[in-house]
Design a protein around this ligand. Structure first.
Ligand SMILES: [Zn+2]
Length: 173
């Protein structure tokens, strides 16, 4: 699974979402993160067969769509994925960290440090894949977000793999 696959995802109209909505509004913030969490969930579910991991990514109670789900419904064009609430909270917190450093050159490293420092007790329901899942969630999300700030263009896979290794150490501590 290459980082490029995430970046090159077709039917990806996140840029439009950010253009169309007032991001500083907290409801909009929640909606966007909810949408992104659903997107991340969809990507990660595709590469695992572990039922516990899937349960930790996807909201299986699909009858309970809240207002946050509206953006997902509006934007997903039938590719509906509702994130698990734990995943949603993880990404909300990650997004807050990202916002602190979005304009800085070391945005990836600084965001990760800040995020793991402020979220020492992050949980994931699957004990076997906790570290790799949390690493993937973090890397996928940040790669996606950095792309919007155009920082990703000069990154290459090698550098990201290096950071990914560093990250899994952070998750373990
Ligand atoms: Zn698992």
């Amino acid at each position: 699974m290459g980082i490029n696959n995430i970046v090159d995802e077709e039917c990806w109209d996140l840029d439009d979402i950010f253009l169309e909505h007032n991001y500083s509004d907290s409801t909009v913030f929640d909606c966007i993160v909810y949408y992104l969490a659903g997107y991340i969930a969809k990507r990660l579910i595709r590469k695992t067969k572990c039922v516990q991991c899937i349960n930790g990514l996807k909201n299986l109670n699909t009858t309970k769509f809240g207002t946050l789900a509206e953006l997902v419904i509006a934007k997903s064009r039938g590719y509906l994925t509702h994130p698990d609430s734990n995943l949603f909270n993880i990404l909300k917190s990650l997004e807050h960290s990202f916002n602190k450093f979005a304009d800085e050159l070391n945005v990836f490293d600084k965001t990760c440090e800040d995020f793991f420092k402020n979220n020492v007790h992050i949980t994931f329901p699957c004990v076997d894949h906790r570290t790799s899942m949390l690493t993937d969630i973090t890397v996928y999300y940040l790669v996606m977000r950095m792309r919007q700030y155009s920082y990703i263009e000069n990154q290459n896979n090698k550098k990201l793999n290096k950071t990914k290794k560093k990250l899994s150490k952070l998750v373990n501590t």
